[in-house]
Write a protein that binds this ligand. Sequence first.
Ligand SMILES: *[C@@H]1O[C@H](CO)[C@@H](O)[C@H](O)[C@H]1NC(C)=O
Ligand SMILES: *[C@@H]1O[C@H](CO)[C@@H](O)[C@H](O)[C@H]1NC(C)=O
Ligand SMILES: *[C@@H]1O[C@H](CO)[C@@H](O)[C@H](O)[C@H]1NC(C)=O
Length: 184
Amino acid sequence: ELFVHSASLPTHSPSLCGMFGPMTHHLERLLNSSKKIHDLTNEELVNFAAVEDKLESLPDIQHTAAHFKTLKVNESFLQLYVDTESFRLHVDWLKAAKENFSLPFVADESASSHLLHLSGLIKRSLHQINEEVPQLTAPSLPVIINSFNALTFSIEISERLQVFCICSKRILRHFHRLSRCPKH
Ligand SMILES: *[C@@H]1O[C@H](CO)[C@@H](O)[C@H](O)[C@H]1NC(C)=O
Ligand SMILES: *[C@@H]1O[C@H](CO)[C@@H](O)[C@H](O)[C@H]1NC(C)=O
Ligand SMILES: *[C@@H]1O[C@H](CO)[C@@H](O)[C@H](O)[C@H]1NC(C)=O
């Protein structure tokens, strides 16, 4: 029965067993940092619902999360890499703008560092499953003209990053289970 079960699992990938723990750790820390990218209260946020700028270049995680169970581990990890790098670029861009306007950027710095660690772990995972690390092209990002502008982008990036963390943790948990890693 065990044989039949594992033979029917196309995503069986024990080489990734060491990766799930560290990746989840960085996603949890990233979730914490991303909540602090703006320091508005929930009541204050309501006022921004209408003025939110749209960053078209941010990854659409909800779409990925909706169908991840039909994906192979290689496809999911490739997508995770692309999305992580995209968020890292956006966070670094936001951090630079905050520096320009003398706004605090500690949370952005910490988010950027966790995204970088995450990206490195995904790259190693891709090597282990013999997938090539894709070459990425940087999106063109709008000019941030004032600190209000920086604040609205902070809200959007913060919210999208939180969704990314929660969905990615779920995706990792799914593939962790399928990988049948030894318990220790
Ligand atoms: C996230 O932040 C909360 C409180 O802000 C803290 O209790 C928790 O330990 C933090 N988690 C991580 C993984 O840093
Ligand atoms: C992922 O792996 C499957 C085999 O398990 C293969 O058919 C597919 O082409 C791979 N996809 C990518 C994007 O490499
Ligand atoms: C920060 O200011 C520099 C110098 O004015 C400018 O070149 C750069 O584009 C600004 N960064 C952002 C993200 O707006």
